[in-house]
Design a protein around this ligand. Structure first.
Ligand SMILES: *Cc1c(COP(=O)(O)O)cnc(C)c1O
Length: 423
């Protein structure tokens, strides 16, 4: 399979006249089609709700699109809660799935009426001290430990993850929370990240549904929802088969009917907290080649850097690159495609076979719609780019301006020297 940009070279050149590169651009049509497919895939479950993982793409304009389809917000920090509140996602439209949580964040989440998902057994006391009581609706994050695998294929290593409670702690937590007045319970687990297989959610569902049945039997609590969290991945590489969300929804339904329905739990709502799957493919980082360097290797230097997209530097993650206008040219040149940071890991691609790149070419870096812009930082004093939305009618809306030096220096505004720095 080849990966196709959702914009043409001509469109991008027009856009770049108004909004200089680099920028992130998002595809409204793709986002809408995908969220519709997700809702359809889980329409068999009456209470189904997606809580978009705000950390993946914290832009209110994009999250508002998802809100039109009834999505809530999965938040894990004070500022994410602020964004949620600003777009009117409050009450049970907030899932607060945090860890190592500061007290003031529990207070704020509770003030907004959000559902609190406890990462740890000790957070029961911590929460009660912070907000003065235990909410009627409460969720606990589960970590069964060990390896999470499908046949011989290890998907991830929950036993090594900092998140969630052990099985024993989960049962104790439910008993204690019930004693303290909780009435409606949720169970949450996130056991594998970026899974490109239709089997992850159904397998996770089986683990959670079975534990839910036991919990209901042994502790007598009412389980209101089971939160499958994030983890559905996207095909970053052109040879990967994308997930089939309908097959995933059906897979979860099957397990639901096998495990929950016979236990008299056919009213349990399924929640998800997808981030990557909702936005990843519908964003791209557009950058221009501004240098060619021939030394021990062939380098293309771009006007974007790891500040705009950190995943390759951070995890060696693959992001496909299309050289705009050269889609059909042979990939007969081997390049390292780099940014300008004084860090040798600032490379969008290493030893990548691409068409011959000339200075001035636009490079389209695919699948940056989730965990892309959001992960950015300001190393080397580099500034974060604008975010643009390609609307369904073909027009372009700026949905975040690019940072200016004044933004970079804003935290010196309380000092004399700040006046010289902020212009
Ligand atoms: C990051 C995260 C998500 C979203 O993960 P994706 O891989 O983007 O789907 C969901 N829930 C929690 C608690 C997370 O930390």
């Amino acid at each position: 399979m080849t990966k196709k940009p959702f914009v043409t070279k001509e469109q991008l050149e027009e856009i770049a006249k108004i909004y200089p590169t680099p920028f992130h651009i998002y595809d409204e049509r793709g986002i809408r089609e995908n969220v519709r497919a997700l809702k359809e895939a889980f329409s068999w479950n009456k209470g189904y709700k997606e809580y978009f993982a705000v950390k993946a793409t914290p832009n209110p304009f994009l999250i508002q699109i998802l809100r039109e389809y009834g999505c809530g917000c999965d938040c894990s920090s004070y500022t994410e809660l602020m964004m949620s509140e600003a777009i009117g996602a409050v009450g049970e439209d907030i899932m607060f799935s945090s860890n190592a949580t500061p007290a003031e964040e529990f207070v704020y989440a509770d003030k907004l009426g959000g559902i609190i998902n406890l990462d740890d057994f000790t957070h029961i006391d911590f929460l009660e001290k912070a907000i003065g009581y235990i909410p009627e609706t409460i969720s606990c994050r589960y970590n069964p430990g060990g390896l999470f695998q499908i046949s011989n294929d290890i998907m991830d290593n929950p036993g090594d993850a900092k998140y969630g409670m052990t099985t024993e702690q989960l049962f104790d937590a439910f008993r204690i929370l019930k004693e303290k007045g909780a009435k409606h319970f949720g169970i949450h687990a996130f056991l594998a990240s970026n899974t490109v297989t239709n089997e992850y959610y159904p397998m996770l569902a089986k683990v959670l549904f079975e534990v839910a049945v036991k919990l209901q039997k042994e502790t007598g609590v009412h389980i209101k929802f089971i939160n499958l969290s994030g983890g559905i991945g996207i095909p970053y590489r052109p040879d990967q088969e994308p997930n089939d969300i309908h097959a995933i929804g059906e897979g979860v339904r099957k397990v639901y009917e096998e495990v929950l329905v016979p236990a008299g739990m056919g009213d349990v709502a399924i929640y998800t907290e997808l981030g990557r799957f909702m936005m990843g493919p519908y964003g791209a980082l557009v950058t221009r080649a501004i240098h060619e360097k021939h030394t021990h290797k062939e380098y293309i230097g771009c006007d974007a850097c790891a500040v705009n997209l950190m995943r390759p530097a951070m995890y060696g993650a693959y992001h496909h690159i299309t050289v705009m206008g050269k889609e059909d040219a042979p990939c007969d040149h081997k390049y390292d495609v780099t940014g300008s940071l004084c860090e040798n890991n600032d490379k969008f691609a290493i030893d990548r076979m691409l068409p011959k790149i000339d200075t001035g070419d636009l490079l389209y870096i695919h699948d940056t719609g989730a965990h892309g812009f959001a992960m950015g930082y300001n190393y080397n004093g580099k500034l974060k780019s604008a975010e643009l939305l390609l609307k369904e009618d073909g027009s372009v809306q700026m949905i975040r301006r690019a940072e200016t030096p004044a933004d970079y220096y804003a935290t010196f505004d309380c000092f004399e020297i700040g006046k010289k720095l902020i212009k």
